[in-house]
Design a protein around this ligand. Structure first.
Ligand code: CO
Length: 133
């Protein structure tokens, strides 16, 4: 598998409100899914070979709630599929790249992921997931 853009993560106040624009465009929206340890509820909107991930906070202390408090709703992160996630993480760590957490976690759809800190990516919160799942 190659590198590709898996999804764009968008922080929203209300999933119901945010997904309606995509439904009006005729796109199909996934059922809601909750990721407890991230304190978010989300839907995925497939767009061609990529997806939009709409993220609503389930708690005031979730990263999405803090993001919206600081910046308002909007683009939160970009997610790239990589051929070998563990190898990518090991390489980044050995090169001194700052990660949000050093532990690979399991998120929506059972995907394993990690976030690279915006300080190491010219200001973009970059999520990496493994391709081929
Ligand atoms: Co994401």
């Amino acid at each position: 598998m190659e590198f590709s853009i898996d999804h764009l993560g968008i922080a929203v106040k209300s999933l119901t409100a945010a997904k309606s624009i995509y439904e009006k465009l005729g796109l199909s929206v996934s059922p809601e899914e909750t990721v407890e340890h991230e304190k978010v509820r989300l839907v995925m909107v497939p767009v061609g070979e990529s997806r939009l991930e709409l993220l609503e906070a389930t708690s005031d202390d979730s990263a999405i709630a803090r993001f919206i408090a600081r910046h308002g709703e909007g683009l939160h992160h970009i997610c790239m599929r990589v051929p070998d996630l563990a190898a990518a993480v090991a390489k980044l760590q050995s090169d001194g790249v700052r990660l949000v957490s050093n532990e690979i976690k399991t998120g929506a759809g059972g995907h394993r992921y990690i976030f690279v800190h915006p300080k190491s990516t010219a200001g973009v919160l970059l999520e990496l997931v493994e391709s081929g799942h």
